[in-house]
Design a protein around this ligand. Structure first.
Ligand code: FES
Ligand code: MG
Length: 586
């Protein structure tokens, strides 16, 4: 073979990166292991010259069931180009891929499995660095969790947002508009023919939801963490900008392989501070709080909910994106993206944080494109919401905390006292919520329990409890709702989520009865069940124990999953906690 390396040279090259020499088995004949490895990969037609380079793994999350990742084949081509232009050898390999609508019982149930898959493949394969291609809600958190634990150099690339569509002159995008039109249909304001027509308009192309849902939030959070390239969060999936970002990500992957820039050097408390700040300033998804807690937990930094609330109070919501505002991700991209937002918040960010470029965030912002006039990213003087986009509530109904996305709530309902109307679980709610004889008024407080991480493995987004049909028909648009579940970032309403501990592990939500009085005060950050402790203790004996899965991943899940404020990660996957919690107390 003309360019073949002698066996002797093949065995003796020790300069980092180690390429196929990575992860040599440390038992038996290691030279023979390398010999075999090369023999097999040569079966795919590789030359020695190709193999004698830094090996850049590309995590391929294409799936026919994941249209949010429909551009992954093109992204891989662009990444490969970037890797090869920088002298590396790109090798792609698959992991689990998760789409929100194709992951029964819920995508969150599978997030930890994807994190384990990602971690173990990163450890198992002889890669010097990896490009993680994620996009749909749970995929980016899973990849960052796995990469943080695997410890090899890694860079995140997101697939980018879908294009918006249009229905009878109104711009639409998944899935705030999905909910808007479905609400109208439930209220019998639009008919069968129109809802069918809308169905074909909501998702304009492959790519992730185009509002400030979890995918968009995690894209922005990845950039804010510094684990994705500056400017990489917002280019839509099908654009030239997105492909150029992919090429650049491939180029940089070779750099991090050569420099040995591992995730722990990037995912520092300073980086998490910046990520929480951007989550708040973009009016992002409440799910991102759970995911950030999980990623930070992989790095040994527990989440400090009080510090997060304090940060929230001084962080205005500046991005005018649905559901808190009016625009879509493609508009945010044209307005300058996450870098433009960071420039607006510059004095609130930790500019010393090291990014995946090898430079500090402050240096990257110095070189960011110059700001221009636009109407998507507001100034500090003219925010969408002045502060506390996501507030943390405490009280006897949520001793370990609950959250509310104030920026997407009805202001008048944020201070509210009302009668509890309790649903035992998701099935009970599905069965009764639309009945005409349901005893409920617009002033009541709907409680849904047993949808927490253990109660309904995966903690589904059922916290977005629909308005009872009889109220919807009467024109009621919002009502106070409380649960131990999650809610999609694309949803809006006065909705208290993540009540912890959840009902299924003995949390007080299990003790509420229809007719009790509940008071919510977002201002005082309190959530109180107005029933005395002695009575609550008496009720404990009546709490129903839920059946638990007896085998397989579901058993592992309920046995090991943590509560929302701990990220819903598995206990045995978290790093040993350091004394530093995030965000930092100032
Ligand atoms: Fe994939 Fe919304 S369903 S990002
Ligand atoms: Mg979602």
């Amino acid at each position: 073979v003309a360019h073949g390396l002698s066996i002797k040279r093949m065995m003796t090259m020790t300069t980092a990166p180690r390429g196929l020499r990575s992860s040599l088995t440390n038992y038996g004949d290691t030279d023979f292991a390398l010999f075999l490895r090369k023999a097999f990969i040569k079966g795919a037609g590789f030359s020695d010259d190709a193999l004698d380079r830094p090996v850049i793994g590309i995590v391929d999350t294409e799936s026919g069931f994941n249209p949010c990742h429909g551009n992954v084949p093109q992204l891989i081509q662009a990444i490969e180009r970037g890797v090869m232009l920088s002298g590396g050898l790109p090798v792609s390999f698959p992991t689990i891929s998760i789409h929100e609508s194709f992951a029964y019982p819920t995508s969150m149930f599978l997030r930890n499995l994807m994190a384990m898959d990602t971690e173990e493949m990163l450890k198992a394969l002889p890669v010097d660095a990896v490009v993680l291609i994620g996009g749909c809600d749970k995929t980016v958190p899973a990849q960052l969790m796995g990469a943080a634990s695997a410890g090899k150099p890694a860079i995140q690339l997101v697939t980018g947002s879908m294009l918006t569509g249009s229905h009878r002159g109104r711009t639409v995008g998944a899935c705030t508009d999905c909910r808007f039109f479905w609400g109208k249909y439930r209220a019998e304001e639009i008919d069968d023919a129109e809802i069918a027509e809308v169905n074909g308009r909501l998702v304009g192309s492959v790519g992730t939801c185009s509002v400030a849902g979890t995918a968009s939030t995690m894209a922005a959070v990845s950039e804010a963490l510094g684990i994705a390239l500056p400017g990489s969060a917002t280019p839509p999936a099908v654009t030239a900008d997105r492909m150029r970002v992919a090429e650049e990500t491939g180029r940089r992957a070779v750099g991090i392989a050569e420099e040995g820039l591992t995730p722990d050097q990037v995912l520092t408390p300073a980086a998490f501070d910046n990520a929480f700040r951007i989550l708040l300033a973009m009016g992002g998804s409440t799910n991102a709080l759970v995911h950030l807690a999980a990623i930070a937990g992989r790095c040994g930094y527990p989440l400090d909910l009080e510090a997060f609330d304090a940060m929230g109070r001084e962080t205005p919501v500046l991005v005018d994106l649905k559901p808190s505002g009016d625009h879509y991700m493609e508009d945010l991209h044209k307005a300058g993206g996450v870098q433009r937002l960071m420039l607006e918040l510059r004095d609130q960010l930790d500019l010393t944080a090291l990014t995946i470029t090898g430079r500090k965030l402050g240096d990257e912002l110095d070189d960011a494109p110059a700001p221009f006039d636009q109407d998507v990213i507001r100034t500090r003087e003219n925010p969408i919401h002045s502060g506390g986009g996501i507030a943390v509530l405490r009280g006897n109904l949520a001793p370990n905390g609950a959250i509310i996305k104030q920026s997407a709530a009805t202001p008048a309902l944020l201070e509210h006292r009302g009668r509890a109307v309790v649903f035992e679980d998701a099935a009970d709610m599905a069965e009764r919520i639309d009945r005409d004889d349901l005893d409920v008024t617009a002033d009541d407080v709907i409680v849904l329990r047993n949808i927490g991480p253990v109660g309904f493995p995966g903690m589904p987004e059922a916290g977005y409890i629909p308005i009872p049909r009889k109220l919807a028909r009467a024109g009621v648009k919002d009502i106070v709702r409380i649960s131990d579940g999650r809610m999609s970032g694309t949803a809006a309403g006065t909705i208290v989520l993540h009540a912890s501990p959840e009902a299924a592990v003995g949390g007080p939500l299990a003790l509420v009865r229809t007719g009790d009085t509940i008071s919510l005060s977002a201002e005082a950050r309190s959530l109180v069940l107005e029933v005395d402790d002695a009575e609550l203790e008496r009720r404990r004996g009546d709490v129903r124990t839920l059946p638990r899965p007896e085998r397989g991943y579901a058993k592992l899940y309920v046995d090991e999953v943590t509560q929302a404020e701990e990220g819903c990660d598995f206990r045995f996957l978290q790093a040993v906690e350091t004394t530093t919690s995030v965000p930092l107390r100032r």
